[in-house]
Design a binder for this molecule. Structure first.
Ligand code: PMP
Length: 388
């Protein structure tokens, strides 16, 4: 497409034409038979994508922050203790949000680019009785991936709920909600789920639903109250229309199309493909001599990368030159290191060719910034790593 740029930020991403076409279908009412069928099917498919056959899915108009709000509003009662595993900007957000609902929040933090070791989390869990812990699977401000499986095992041991912010991970990174014992996993439409921004998506497991049903205080948020939404989700899954608040009809169509594509690829294949994309991007950047915000290779996510800028290169200049080479990347987000790094998204329909084009555009930008490296080394390393 003439004049087209490649959007490679960590959300929103580029979407499949068939998903965008669903957005353009003639809007029907929320009681129309074709909408009821699509919504019901999307709810069933969401369970499969989250690998949570016994979970309750919620699809609600809003962004990822609403999905976080749904977890906080419905699970926290004033005075509950919450433990936030903080690996960046979105850990800060969860802590603030839980406090707003009256939680006593304790945080376990790592230095920027790190993640708290399981032993440290276990020690914190040993010191008080927590109603829930939250963890960001991939913090989009650092590109750090957390050990959700290990943390969920700790949560089970300490009989606390675990809520996973999977906004930058679900449908990209390996996440097995039921098998790992994750009580709530949440995301938004615009990342690896591969649907334009506007839907909050959440799957609550049986322990989370039980905690909601036995709460004593009313939910302190009207729109987010699962009591309002549960009958709606149950009705659509039973192929009956229901109303609490108008659903985002066209986004739900697009969601159903994308979930169908995700399941056609298969979750295992999808996890493997994202792994290969992440490996390719990291190898390409390493060959150019760029470091990463994650402090060790095993802490780096597969859905995005957070490369450090060489000391001589300004992020604003680099991203401008990369954009002139046809690729849009994102600047830094974490307040402590905002000007020291940049961010690349590689999730959803992203192909290895997109990653190679991105590394090539970064090479072009670095060269224009006067940085010395072997031109072509990044692209070659990325292509080789993808094949491995
Ligand atoms: N959590 C994470 C890990 C995110 O990356 C984001 C968005 N970048 C959010 C939460 C918030 O999502 P939204 O911007 O859609 O509200």
């Amino acid at each position: 497409m003439k004049g087209r740029s490649l959007l490679m930020i960590p959300g929103p991403i580029e979407f499949e034409p068939s998903v965008l076409a669903a957005m353009g279908e003639a809007t029907t009412g929320h009681t129309a038979a074709n909408f009821v069928e699509a919504f019901g099917q999307a709810l069933e498919r969401l369970r499969q994508v989250f690998l949570c056959p016994d979970g309750q899915p919620f699809v609600i108009a809003g962004s990822g922050t609403l999905a976080m709000d749904l977890a906080g509003a419905n699970l926290i009662e004033p005075g509950d203790k919450a433990l936030v595993i903080n690996t960046g900007y979105f850990g800060d957000r969860f802590a603030a949000l839980l406090a707003r609902y009256g939680a006593e929040v304790v945080q376990v933090r790592a230095p920027v680019g790190g993640r708290p070791p399981l032993e440290e989390v276990a020690a914190a869990l040993g010191q008080a009785r927590y109603k829930l812990i939250t963890v960001t699977h991939v913090d989009t401000s650092t590109g750090v991936i957390t050990d959700v499986k290990g943390l969920a095992a700790l949560a089970r041991e300490h009989e606390t709920l675990i809520v996973v912010d999977g906004v930058c991970s679900v449908a990209g990174e390996e996440l097995r909600q039921s098998e790992w014992g994750v009580d709530v996993a949440l995301t938004a439409s615009q990342k690896a789920i591969s649907v334009p921004p506007g839907l909050a998506l959440l799957v609550a497991g049986p322990r989370a639903m039980a905690a909601f049903r036995t709460r004593k205080a009313p939910v302190g948020n009207y729109y987010a109250d699962w009591g309002n939404w549960l009958p709606i989700m149950e009705a659509y899954e039973a192929r009956r229309p229901a109303y609490f608040a108008t659903p985002a009809v066209n986004l739900v169509w697009a969601l159903n199309v994308s979930l169908g594509q995700i399941l056609a690829e298969g979750m295992e294949a999808r996890f493997r493909r994202h792994h290969a994309l992440g490996r390719a991007c990291r190898a390409g950047l390493a060959a150019l001599g760029l470091g990463q915000v994650p402090l060790a290779p095993e802490l780096a996510a597969n859905t995005m990368s957070a490369p450090r800028l060489p000391a001589s290169v300004s992020g604003a200049d680099l991203l401008k030159y990369v954009r002139e080479a046809g690729v849009i990347l994102a600047g830094g987000l974490h307040p402590e290191i905002r000007n020291e790094y940049f961010r690349i998204g590689h999730m959803g329909p992203t192909s290895v060719n997109d990653v190679l084009a991105t590394v090539n555009a970064i090479e072009s930008g670095l060269a224009r910034c006067g940085y010395h490296f072997e031109r072509g080394a990044g692209v070659a390393a990325a292509a080789k790593a993808y094949e491995e």
